[in-house]
Design a protein around this ligand. Structure first.
Ligand code: AHG
Ligand code: MN
Ligand code: MN
Length: 343
C-alpha cells in the first residue's frame, strides 16, 4: 500500500508554493488543525456533556450564541495566540479585532467563523469552522489595526474550512489548488484524501432557503423556476439540497457540482452571510477549484470590505450555474429600470 501523506507531511512537501518564509504556513495550519481536533472531540460528545443549547447571550450581530459557538471561538483563539506567526484575529463571535500584543512582530492575521451552522448542532447535523489568512498591511512591530482585516478577498494567502460531518475533514488552499484531509480519530491525524479538488462546471443541485422565495429579487425567482422546470437535454429539474450549514452545503456542492445561493431579500437586503468570515474564504476555495463566487454583480473576491461584520449576498458554486444567475439578475434589473423610465 502506498504511503498516505499526513497534513503535516503534505505542507512540508508543498511549502515552496507558499511565497513567504519556510515553516510559516506549516505553523499556521497546524494551529488550525490542533484547534479542529479539540472541537471535533467536543462535538462528538454533544448530548453527553453540557455543551448543547444557547449561552443566553448574543453576538454583535444580535444572534443567539450557542455554547459550542463560544467554546469553538475560545479554542481557536487560544491556538492562534500560541503561534509566533499570528499578530491578531477577527471572529464572527467577537465585537472587535483582537490584537496579540505578545506577537506584534508577526506577519499574519486570521479571520474566522469558529462554528458555522451552530443552530444545527442540537439536532446532530454537520457543522464547520471557516478560516481566512492575510498578510498584515501595517508594519511589523506595531499593533494590528482594522485595515489589516479589511482586505479584499483576493489578497488572502490561505483559506479553508473544517467540516465536522460523518467524518471530520480539513480543506484548504494557499492559491495552488484545493486539498482535503480526512481526520482519523484513532491516530489523531489528518490524512490527504482529496488532493487537487476541482468542481464540475455544471451541476444538478441547487441549495437555497426557499422558504424566503416571496422575498427574493426577480432574477433569483427566475433562476429557481429554471431549476425546477423540465428539460431532459439539461437534466432538469435539478435536485434541491439545503442543510443550513454553509460549510456542509458548500462541501457537497464542491464535490459533486451545484450552486448555493444566499441572496438579498426584503428581510435581509445584504443577504445573511458575512463577507470576511464566510464569503471570502469560500470564494477563494471555489475559484481555486474552478468554480465562481459572486454577489450577483461582481466576484466576491473583488469587493472592498467596509466593515468587519459586513454581510453580502452570496451565489457560489459551479461556474456555469453562477454565471447564469448573474445574467438573470442583470436582465431583470435592466427590465425594472426600463419600466421605471416608462412610468
Ligand atoms: P452561523 O451558524 O455561523 O451563524 O452561520 C449560519 C449560516 C450558514 O451556515 C447557513 O448557510 C445559513 O446561516 C443558513 O441560514 P438560514 O437559516 O436563514 O437558511
Ligand atoms: Mn456561519
Ligand atoms: Mn458561526
Amino acid at each position: 500500500m502506498s504511503h498516505i501523506l499526513t497534513l503535516g507531511e503534505f505542507i512540508i512537501a508543498n511549502q515552496h508554493n507558499f511565497p513567504h518564509a519556510k515553516g510559516e504556513l506549516s505553523s499556521l495550519l497546524s494551529a488550525i488543525s490542533l484547534a479542529a481536533k479539540v472541537v471535533h472531540r467536543e462535538i462528538n460528545k454533544a448530548g453527553l456533556i453540557d455543551i448543547l443549547g444557547p449561552t443566553g447571550s448574543e453576538n454583535i450581530q444580535g444572534e443567539q450564541q450557542q455554547k459550542l459557538d463560544h467554546f469553538a471561538n475560545e479554542v481557536f483563539k487560544q491556538a492562534m495566540a500560541a503561534r509566533d506567526q499570528i499578530c491578531g484575529v477577527a471572529s464572527e463571535e467577537e465585537d472587535d479585532i483582537i490584537c496579540f500584543e505578545h506577537n506584534r512582530d508577526a506577519n499574519y492575521v486570521v479571520l474566522m467563523d469558529p462554528l458555522d451552522g451552530s443552530s444545527n448542532i442540537d439536532v446532530n447535523v454537520s457543522v464547520g469552522t471557516i478560516f481566512s489568512i492575510y498578510r498584515r498591511q501595517t508594519p511589523r512591530g506595531s499593533a494590528v489595526s482594522i485595515e489589516d482585516f479589511l482586505q479584499p478577498g483576493r489578497q488572502q494567502v490561505a483559506a479553508g474550512y473544517v467540516i465536522y460531518g460523518s467524518s471530520t475533514m480539513l480543506v484548504y488552499s494557499t492559491g495552488h489548488g484545493v486539498h482535503g484531509f480526512t481526520f482519523d480519530p484513532s491516530v489523531g491525524e489528518f490524512y490527504l484524501s482529496h488532493g487537487n479538488m476541482s468542481t464540475p462546471k455544471q451541476g444538478k443541485i441547487y441549495s437555497i432557503n426557499e422558504g424566503h422565495y416571496q422575498r427574493f429579487p426577480q432574477g433569483i425567482k427566475d433562476y429557481l423556476k429554471y431549476c425546477q422546470s423540465e428539460d431532459a437535454s439539461t437534466q432538469r429539474p435539478y435536485s434541491a439540497r439545503y442543510i443550513g450549514s454553509l460549510v456542509s452545503d458548500f462541501h457537497r456542492n464542491l464535490l459533486v457540482g451545484g450552486i448555493f445561493l444566499y441572496p438579498s431579500s426584503q428581510a435581509h437586503p445584504q443577504g445573511k452571510l458575512r463577507l470576511l468570515y464566510e464569503c471570502n474564504p469560500m470564494a477563494f476555495l471555489i475559484e481555486q477549484a474552478g468554480g465562481k463566487a459572486s454577489d450577483g454583480q461582481q466576484p466576491i473576491l473583488d469587493l472592498s470590505p467596509q466593515d468587519l461584520h459586513q454581510r453580502v449576498p452570496l451565489i457560489i458554486g459551479s461556474a456555469n450555474m453562477v454565471s447564469h444567475v448573474e445574467q438573470l439578475l442583470n436582465r431583470s434589473q435592466s427590465l425594472e429600470k426600463h419600466i421605471e423610465k416608462q412610468a
